[in-house]
Design a protein around this ligand. Structure first.
Ligand SMILES: Cc1cc2nc3c(=O)[nH]c(=O)nc-3n(C[C@H](O)[C@H](O)[C@H](O)COP(=O)(O)OP(=O)(O)OC[C@H]3O[C@@H](n4cnc5c(N)ncnc54)[C@H](O)[C@@H]3O)c2cc1C
Length: 414
């Protein structure tokens, strides 16, 4: 769709939040358009065919808190099969790299950490989450590695109040054809301008003047859903400036999580939907999903400073490291069975600059600051604004719906 000159509502970003906002405006009498910098919808949700027989969710893959996840119902409405196989992260282990008694011991240490963290969060006083590691516990580096997967960063960067606010029902499902593919279908019926990068939102006049790579648009109101990384760096600018938003966004940085997909020849006795991980006693480690949905592949997952270091080494570094680590667990011969298909580099993605948000210690309140509307004309959504489901795709979608309702309520007041 080309860019109109004038519109009631401009939604900036066609990720889960922008799509959620747009759907919530569909039955109103307001005109709206979603402005998206990429040539596709979905943002940090994107599914690719990594090879003819491997479907790969490069961004989000799990319907977290699936019993409370609004995408589950949407999947049903759009005829996307939801797979309820339990994730392989916890109980099931493959091979000798992480013997079951060691793994059980690790899970006990992890759960004890989460219990201490929960108690600490209930006090209402904020502090860095690494303070609740048991001093000297041998599993601490691996507990920190889990934080890099869950929060995209090590525990010293995580606010204990923010960690406590996240609602995890521990039910995680998947979309058989891909979470990103579901988002594409969800966005299919919406008015969108792709390849439309917003540079400036001028809110000094009676109407908003939005400067984009496709030209200038006049809008009554805007819903801004771009990642915090871009607001903090003022890649998208406001006139007059909004220092409170820029500061809140900087205190809710995107952590980093990256995935790699390796083709697997001759799976042998490797289980379908298994997990491979070593008792490495390091934070710098990958976790591997064996043959997701039975496909001939292994998916690796990396987070935090280690993911950043691998990304900075250049394209191919994550795959090379994964092959080395897997060969270390399963024997050097296994190397011949693996071939890199694709890896993400979310920190280097100009329209993401990271993977998902976390609140820095002392700043859990910034999610509400970021979410608050400005002058009843600028509305803010995106995963970072979700009070309890931040860092997730459904949290993002629901935040878009929340912002759209704020738009409608503000319009009714006029
Ligand atoms: C590796 C990885 C694994 C993940 N795993 C899971 C998971 O299993 N489950 C889960 O629920 N979540 C997961 N997530 C997180 C989830 O993907 C995100 O929280 C969610 O997709 C964010 O949606 P959003 O709409 O807030 O932001 P985005 O998806 O980032 O959407 C914002 C949109 O704005 C666009 N944009 C940026 N700048 C501009 C501009 N200047 N002008 C116009 N448009 C612009 C972007 O291109 C993007 O499309 C994962 C993320 C990653 C990276």
């Amino acid at each position: 769709m080309s860019l109109p000159c004038s519109i009631d509502i401009a939604i900036i970003g066609a990720g889960a939040a922008g799509l959620g906002a747009a759907h919530a405006l569909k039955n109103s009498d307001l005109s709206f358009i979603v402005l998206e910098a990429r040539d596709r919808v979905g943002g940090r949700g994107t599914t690719v065919r990594a090879s003819p027989d491997v479907i790969f969710d490069v961004g989000c893959g799990w319907l977290h808190s699936a019993d409370r996840n609004s995408f589950v119902k949407i999947a049903g409405q759009l005829n996307f099969e939801v797979d309820k196989t339990l994730p392989p992260w916890r109980e099931r282990a493959y091979g000798k790299a992480f013997p079951q008694d060691e793994r059980d011991d690790f899970i006990r240490a992890l759960e004890a950490f989460y219990t201490r963290a929960e108690v600490a969060a209930q006090t209402g006083h904020d502090s860095p989450a690494d303070r609740y590691l048991e001093p000297g516990n041998r599993w601490n580096p691996m507990i920190d590695a889990i934080s890099t997967y869950v929060n995209g960063c090590e525990l010293d960067q995580v606010s204990i109040l923010d960690l406590g606010a996240y609602q995890d029902t521990n039910i995680n499902w998947r979309v058989r054809r891909g979470y990103g593919a579901l988002m594409t279908a969800y966005g299919a019926s919406l008015p969108l301008a792709l390849n439309c990068e917003v540079a400036l939102i001028d809110h000094s006049g009676q109407r908003l003047r939005i400067e984009t790579s496709l030209g200038t648009l006049s809008a009554g109101k805007a819903v801004i859903t771009v990642p915090t990384s871009l607001i903090a760096r003022e890649v998208i600018r406001f006139h007059p400036a909004l220092p409170t938003k820029v500061e809140a966004a900087a205190l809710l940085p995107l952590g980093l999580a990256d995935k790699v997909m390796l083709a697997l020849d001759d799976p042998g006795d490797l289980p379908s939907d298994g997990n491979l991980r070593g008792a490495t006693m390091r934070t710098e480690m990958g976790t591997y999903h064996l043959r997701p949905f039975g496909q001939p592949c292994i998916e690796g997952f990396f987070g935090g400073r280690f993911a950043q270091a691998l990304e900075d080494e250049g394209n191919g570094a994550i795959a090379a490291h994964s092959i080395d680590e897997i060969a270390g667990f399963l024997g050097n011969d296994f190397r011949r069975k693996l071939r890199p298909l694709m890896e993400s580099r979310w920190a280097h993605d100009p329209f993401a600059r990271g993977s998902y948000s976390h609140a820095l210690p002392g700043h859990a309140d910034k999610r509400a600051v970021l979410a608050a509307p400005v002058d009843n004309r600028l509305f803010f959504a995106g995963e970072a604004t979700s009070p309890n489901f931040f860092s997730t795709a459904h949290g993002a979608r629901d935040s878009g719906e929340r912002a759209a309702k704020e738009v409608l309520a503000s319009d009714a007041k006029r």
